[in-house]
Design a protein around this ligand. Structure first.
Ligand code: SF4
Ligand code: MG
Length: 329
């Protein structure tokens, strides 16, 4: 049913994920990330590949465990729950992957895929009730009923992603984590799926974490945007400020990357030179300093703290902090 019951804030506290990489080096996938997402809010999370976005998603749905730090839904500390106690919470936070093709069973039809999830979670009786719920879920995500008996290989990319979304919604979650959920789709299909996600959010009062490498893609759907760089929060604030007047040089380069003349050509901006450094050897001081166009000497040694530079808008940058102090906004 469509009970509007989502009333709990998702809280991420000082989340750290280190793991052993090649040659025994410690990879700093996440290094002390904190944020909250209010019920019904959409937090966009942006950064290049290798900045920790997918690790964060996997920690939030407990596909992985953090090295330290906490994840809470309301007052419940999810990271402290054992497998049995976690079971009811598994339903409440759902992950939608970039490539649903990889996660849809190739030998199950659309109907069987959705019926299986309902069965596993004991959410509807067999027979007519389950069949009616499958119809409802397909209608919810705009899948025509004639696709009911199709296999994944017989569906378009957009249709497969709608099945992936329907499968996540089948368990009536409060929080959907969308990890590059529309990035692989054609531009016109992206727009359709984005519009669908907006409608579903309103209809079902869902909380979204909308993860993408593309700031231009997250800006319109997000209430706030958080920019990750090498496992740390570089900037977080209201979507319009972060996307139109970013404070952190890395966020500025992401904004400029979205301003390419041909919107289908999403390449890194010329100013964003080089690649994300290896997370096994994060640079000292500010992790962005080797690529930062305005880096100063102190940036190589002193790590900038994440500070509130405008109301509800934080950034971790020495130069941005000085500018905000000299001319308070
Ligand atoms: Fe650039 Fe220094 Fe700011 Fe880091 S702290 S983003 S290196 S100016
Ligand atoms: Mg990723």
């Amino acid at each position: 049913g469509e009970l509007i019951s989502n009333t709990e804030t998702l809280t991420v506290e000082n989340l750290v994920k280190h793991y052993k990489g090649a040659g025994g080096a410690v990879v700093h996938a996440l290094d002390g990330v904190s944020f909250t997402v209010a019920p019904g809010e959409t937090l966009g999370i942006v950064g290049e590949s290798g900045c920790g976005k997918s690790t964060l998603a996997r920690l939030l749905v407990r596909l992985e465990h953090p090295t330290s730090g906490r994840v809470l839904l309301g007052d419940t500390e999810l990271t402290a729950l054992g497998p049995r106690a976690m079971r009811p919470y598994r339903r409440r936070v759902q992950l939608v992957f970039q490539d649903p093709y990889a996660s849809l069973h190739p030998r199950l039809t659309v109907e069987q895929t959705l019926a299986e999830v309902l069965g596993v979670h004991g959410l509807s009786a067999r027979g007519a009730e389950r069949s009616a719920r499958v119809t409802e879920l397909m209608e919810m995500v705009g899948l025509p009923s004639r696709l009911r008996d199709r296999y994944p290989v017989q569906l378009s990319g957009g249709q497969r992603q709608r099945v992936g979304i329907a499968r996540a919604l089948a368990v009536e979650p409060d929080v959907l984590i969308l990890d590059e959920a529309v990035s692989a789709l054609d531009v016109s299909v992206q727009a359709e799926v984005m519009n669908l996600l907006v409608r579903l959010r309103e209809r079902l009062n869902l909380t979204y974490l909308f993860i993408s490498h593309d700031l231009a893609m997250v800006r319109h759907i997000s209430d706030r945007v958080l920019v990750l760089y090498l496992g740390k929060v570089a900037e977080v604030g209201p979507w319009r400020e972060v996307s139109d007047e970013p404070l952190h040089p890395y966020a500025r380069s992401l904004r400029d990357a979205g301003l390419v003349p041909d919107p289908s050509r999403r390449t890194p901006a010329p100013m964003l030179g080089g690649e994300v450094p290896n997370a096994a050897r994060p640079p000292a001081g500010c992790r962005f300093h080797p690529r930062c166009p305005v880096a100063e000497d102190r940036c190589r040694t002193d790590e900038p703290a994440l500070l509130e530079l405008r109301p509800g808008h934080q950034a971790a940058c020495h130069v941005a902090a000085d500018a905000a102090t000299v001319s308070p906004i």
